[in-house]
Design a protein around this ligand. Structure first.
Ligand code: MF3
Ligand code: CO
Length: 257
């Protein structure tokens, strides 16, 4: 069931998104060669709790941490570990979520560790750009599959692939609500987007093929061909005009472009 949020609920989701943005910005500053993903996780959990929020990933279906930290060919759900020491030239995606006053937010970014290759930076840039390309059709009157179509055409035209096995999703009181929001597909299908819907758009883009597999830890998803993968995600509010980026407060399309 797709839920439409009222003004008071949207205000709460805006607060949750703003806090998550702050948390992710602080984590981003700590990413450098030598730090472990476990340290990043500890820091994130402390920060989230210090603001009176709850880390939504921790214990979600048994997940053991407050962030997912996915390095290089890891797509999503990399489990933070004291033995994962970041090295110059790697790329890392950090995905996190929190619950503030009963309302969820969920967001992810990918950055390089120190200096990275041109190809890796291009992958990160195209992933982010595909999210913003999808925003163009993330408004009342379009359909859910228009989003995936926008992501897919943007990245494939640039020689990259979009992961099919994992999707974006509705968000609200629950981290994962209807509708499911694939990052590929034909336009004009699925639920019609309506003002007051809140969804997460989260392209996962690879430098190789789109096929992925899950490692023996039951969580870590990696590209089947070992190619690099980048992830970018925000919780957004559908309106009858420009969508509002709940987890990127202050964003205005005009300034970005
Ligand atoms: N953040 C992921 C998503 O975007 C879900 C994380 S699963 C968890 O849907 F187990 F790590 F919490
Ligand atoms: Co998500």
């Amino acid at each position: 069931m797709i839920t439409i949020k009222n003004h008071a609920q949207i205000a709460k989701m805006r607060e949750a998104g703003a806090l998550l943005h702050e948390v992710l910005e602080q984590i981003k500053r700590k990413i450098e060669p030598g730090i472990t993903t476990k340290e990043l996780d500890r820091y994130a959990e402390k920060l989230i709790r210090s603001h009176g929020a709850v880390p939504s990933f921790l214990n979600y279906e048994g997940y053991p941490a407050s962030i997912c930290a996915s390095v290089d060919s890891q797509v999503v759900h990399g489990i933070p570990s004291s033995s994962t020491v970041l090295k110059e030239g790697q790329i890392i995606s950090i995905d996190s979520g929190l619950i503030l006053d009963g309302w969820q937010s969920d967001s992810a970014f990918t950055v390089g560790v120190g200096e990275i290759s041109e190809q890796a930076q291009r992958l990160i840039d195209v992933t982010e750009e595909s999210f913003f390309a999808a925003l163009e059709v993330a408004r009342e009157g379009y359909r859910v599959s228009d989003i995936g179509h926008a992501v897919q055409s943007y990245v494939e035209q640039r020689g990259f692939s979009t992961v099919r096995a994992l999707c974006g999703h509705g968000i609200g009181r629950e981290m994962h609500e209807d509708p499911s929001v694939p990052n590929y597909g034909q336009p004009g299908h699925g639920a019609r987007l309506r003002s007051g819907m809140t969804i997460c758009i989260e392209p996962m883009i690879t430098a190789g093929g789109y096929d992925v597999k899950t490692l023996g830890d039951g969580w870590t998803v990696v590209t089947s061909d070992g190619s690099l993968c980048s992830h970018y995600e925000h919780a957004i509010l559908i309106t009858d005009g420009e969508p509002e980026l709940l987890s990127l407060p202050g964003y205005h399309k005009e300034e970005k472009r």
